[in-house]
Design a protein around this ligand. Structure first.
Ligand code: 0A1
Ligand code: ZN
Length: 881
């Protein structure tokens, strides 16, 4: 919506609707620029509601072209219609009544990609969060649930496919080259889960037999000719359906489950009941065009959307403040699925990396908000990593507190108790309290208090008393609108190792509750004593990242090396390697800023290279260990006065030192980690490719010429290896003729595959240095870049702003200025996309003063521009506050 000011919505103001919606009957007469929508809605007034209260329906840029009450014309004085609302007075006191509302909308002109729009000749819808009100006047909120019948009429030749939610009722010719189809969804649903798709698409078909023996038709619709690239998605779907039955006892509930892949989409995918709509990036894959990361993402997102069928659709949110009820829980479920399909510790490392690089900066900056916020101005801006990823971490902590069996019982109770309802976080948490008898009141602060808690720990061993004393202190930092915080319930998984790496089991623990290996920190300060400890223990704290905190625990390099070598929890091994390397990287960045010499601690390189060469460890784990924290991670840890050039120089120097020390290891890995035979996207093969490409990246640091990497590029027979080699060429040898040749070759080979062109754009957008901006400007001129496609914009502008700190943050501020221009331009067409890319500026206050000034000016230029969308207005105001 383009209201510029946008009013604040408060959780405290929630109240149910005055009218209950009983049934929805929609008829779409599709036309590219003039689609007629007839909505027949049956309502009755809720008991106890003022008989004079009018019915107020939501709209967004709508034009009313007809309105009937119980089939009769309504006098003009009985209603008011504006583009944003329809108010009807003098409605029956208690009897049900039927409204027939006709609107005419223009799908072709819908560049926001919210509501009904056209993409590549296909009609499709996106209704979450408030897109349905762009189709017809409606009580467009998640607590209004009803069964839907949908009739679709369209030109038959152009739209042989007419799809909507639920089960297919039937179809027939409609005369004059048109036809129609009818769908019925018996499961009451909110409008945000409505979907319609019409057009001409190819299909991959399969079936799934559910736990109770029902056969479900599975269909994935893609552009004609792309069907072979949808087979992996189909396989992932069937695995997801099976997993949800086995792990959570959840069975699918319609005769058909459909996925449609479209090329213009604001987000990753959408869980519309029975008819998921996907960004094609998360459906299409084959070895020639998709990387291992693409395969893993497809698997995760197919699972995520499918899992929403129960967590989101059957049980939905009472209001948008409860978004984490469906998103945090469903992310947790898709994480667990991927962990079961792949390597659990490697998956956990990837999750934590993502959490720290995306959510931690959000939680410590101007956009910080609780997992369950209490106010918003634009709900689209709350599809955040806090709601999704921190929300998932909170669910994970409930599972940790209760243990697997009780957690499963709590979930069963949730499904039983709330099926068919729109509920709150309190309802969800209550289920776990009821099955466990645990009071989760303090724990619930995780939903309500923003900010990443900081836990400070120190330990002392008493050899005479054979005790180990651990002092813990927690502090939750102030965040916008929340200056005072209460102590949280922090579940810290903990292990004790002896000097020889064996596990020490304490005889008892005092000062804190210990369940299994979970130590419960509940007070601001707490002293915990482990009794019966025969020798000085090495403490492994926050195993598996059991709680999303910043931990300050100063451990010696030798203790960390011991954990890295012996911990049974492999996540903790990775964490120990990180803790060994990070101080070194931070010091290097400080030294680089001062112009001092950069040094690299051999204890770190030794431990890292020992892990790299350790054949008892999975290759994927070793690749994760070797991937040093990013420049953005280092900036976050430095916490202020940040100079992207110094950070880049420091990190590059450390990488070079690791390469020098590990030349033999990397050479051996590069030779041994081949994956001969046919390409397989399985996790083990992907891990070998990741480790081999990491080795190549280190070796390239020692190479004077691009020959070795160019040879790797020429020899690559799959997209993972090809794009890895191209990335290394671009990063390490940006100006070499070989790099230019490879980039041109890549472009020409994949010019007709937009998703691969996104990789080509992103690889170039990430090349560091002040020259990046010029490169971006040139790339924007190529016909392969399309301003109207969100994937292209994210690949080029998004990568530049989010993943190129030296290019974007060049000292003269030109990068920030460029972004301001782009945001203003994108905002005219697609506010959601503009607002999301603008969040790349959220950490501007951590920059050194010169850059921070430039960033502020660019932000103020956006703030002062007229005609901003509510989306961009909301973000820019909060970032500048
Ligand atoms: N519910 C979807 C994500 C989604 C959210 C908003 C959208 O438009 C504003 C689109 C999709 C999911 O979690 O996958
Ligand atoms: Zn979701």
């Amino acid at each position: 919506m383009r209201t510029d000011t946008g009013q604040i919505i408060n959780l405290a103001d929630y109240r149910p609707t005055d009218f209950v919606l009983e049934r929805v009957d929609l008829t779409f007469d599709l036309h590219p620029t003039e689609t007629k929508v007839e909505a027949r809605l049956i309502f009755h007034r809720r008991e106890g509601i003022d008989p004079k209260a009018p019915l107020v329906l939501d709209g967004d840029e709508l034009l009313l072209s007809g309105l009937l009450l119980d089939q009769g014309e309504l006098p003009a004085e009985q209603y008011d219609a504006t583009p944003e609302s329809l108010t009807i007075r003098d409605l029956p006191e208690s009897a049900p009544f039927e409204l027939t509302i006709t609107t005419v909308i223009n799908p072709e002109a819908n560049t926001q990609l919210m509501g009904l729009y056209r993409t590549g000749g296909i009609y499709c819808t996106q209704c979450e969060a408030e897109g349905f009100r762009r189709i017809t006047y409606f009580p467009d909120r998640p607590d209004v649930l009803a069964p839907y019948t949908v009739n679709i009429i369209a030109d038959k030749a152009a739209n042989p496919l007419l799809l909507s939610n639920g089960n297919f009722l039937g179809g027939a010719g409609y005369g004059e080259g048109r036809h129609f189809a009818a769908w019925f969804d018996p499961h009451p649903k909110p409008s945000y889960l409505f979907a319609l798709v019409a057009g001409d698409l190819g299909v991959v078909e399969d079936t799934f037999t559910t736990l109770s023996g029902r056969e479900v038709a599975l269909k994935i619709y893609v552009e004609h000719g792309k069907e072979p690239r949808a087979t992996y998605a189909m396989d992932a779907l069937k695995r997801s359906m099976k997993w949800d039955e086995e792990r959570f006892g959840r069975e699918y509930d319609l005769d058909i489950f459909m996925i449609v892949a479209v090329s213009d989409f604001n987000m990753g995918a959408m869980e519309n009941k029975g008819l998921n709509v996907f960004n094609d990036k998360y459906v299409l894959a084959d070895p020639e065009t998709a990387t291992d990361a693409d395969y893993a993402n497809i698997e995760a997102i197919i699972a995520h959307e499918y899992f929403h069928n129960w967590t989101g659709n059957r049980i939905t949110c009472r209001d948008w403040f409860q978004l984490c009820l469906k998103e945090g829980l469903t992310v947790y479920r898709d994480h667990e699925f991927s962990a079961d399909q792949r390597s659990r510790p490697v998956k956990r490392i990837a999750e934590v990396r993502h959490l720290k690089s995306e959510q931690f900066p959000e939680d410590s900056g101007p956009l910080a908000h609780p997992v369950r916020p209490t106010k918003y101005r634009e709900i689209n801006n709350f599809y955040t990593t806090t709601v999704y990823e921190k929300g998932s971490e909170v669910t994970r902590m409930i599972a940790t507190l209760l243990g697997r069996d009780l957690f499963k019982k709590g979930m069963d109770l949730y499904f039983d108790r709330h099926d068919g309802q729109a509920v709150t976080i309190e309802d969800f948490v209550k289920c776990f309290e009821d099955v466990s008898g645990r009071d989760l009141a303090q724990f619930s602060l995780w939903y309500h208090q923003a900010g990443t808690p900081l836990v400070t720990a120190s330990g002392a061993y008493d050899a005479d008393a054979k005790t180990f004393t651990l002092s813990l202190e927690q502090m939750v930092p102030a965040t916008p609108g929340q200056s005072i915080k209460k102590p949280m319930h922090i579940p810290l998984r903990t292990g004790l190792l002896a000097e020889d790496g064996t596990v020490i089991t304490p005889a008892s623990v005092t000062g804190a509750e210990l369940t299994g290996d979970v130590l419960h920190l509940t007070k601001q300060t707490q002293t915990v004593t482990f009794h019966g400890i025969p020798s000085r223990p090495v403490l492994s704290l926050n195993r598996s990242f059991s709680t999303p905190i910043n931990l300050q625990f100063s451990q010696s390099a030798s203790d960390l090396a011991l954990i890295a070598r012996y911990e049974t929890d492999h996540f903790a091994r990775w964490q120990a390697l990180l803790d060994l390397g990070l101080p070194n990287l931070l010091q290097a960045a400080r030294d680089a800023r001062q112009g001092a010499e950069i040094t690299c601690d051999p204890a770190f390189t030794d431990a890292l290279l020992a892990a790299a060469a350790d054949e008892s460890l999975e290759p994927a784990f070793r690749a994760q260990a070797l991937a040093l924290p990013s420049e953005a991670d280092i900036a976050r840890e430095l916490g202020g006065n940040n100079d992207p050039d110094a950070i880049h120089a420091a990190r590059q120097t450390i990488i070079k030192r690791v390469a020098e020390a590990g030349k033999a290891v990397f050479t051996a890995l590069y030779d041994s980690m081949q994956t001969p035979g046919l390409f397989s996207p399985d996790a083990a093969s992907a891990g070998r490719r990741a480790l081999r490409n990491t080795a190549l990246s280190y070796l390239s640091q020692l190479d004077e010429t691009p020959a070795r990497v160019k040879a790797a590029y020429d020899a690559a027979n799959n997209m993972t290896d090809l794009s890895a080699a191209l990335t290394i060429l671009a990063q390490r040898f940006p100006d070499a003729a070989e790099t230019a040749t490879a980039l041109a070759h890549f472009r020409d080979r994949f010019a007709d595959n937009a998703l691969v062109i996104d990789k080509w754009l992103a690889i170039q957008a990430a090349i560091p240095g002040a020259g990046a901006l010029e490169r971006i400007r040139l790339l924007m001129e190529t016909p392969l870049f399309k301003r109207t496609n969100p994937n292209r914009v994210r690949a080029l502008v998004g990568t530049f702003a989010f993943a190129n700190p030296t290019g974007f943050g060049r000292a003269d501020g030109a990068g920030y200025n460029f972004l301001a221009d782009e945001i203003l331009e994108i905002d005219q067409r697609n506010p959601q996309l503009a607002a999301r890319i603008l969040t790349s500026m959220r950490s501007w206050r951590l920059l050194e003063p010169v850059r921070a000034d430039h960033a502020r000016s660019a932000l103020m230029r956006i703030e002062r521009a007229g005609g901003l969308s509510t989306d961009v207005r909301d973000i820019v105001d909060r970032i500048l506050k």
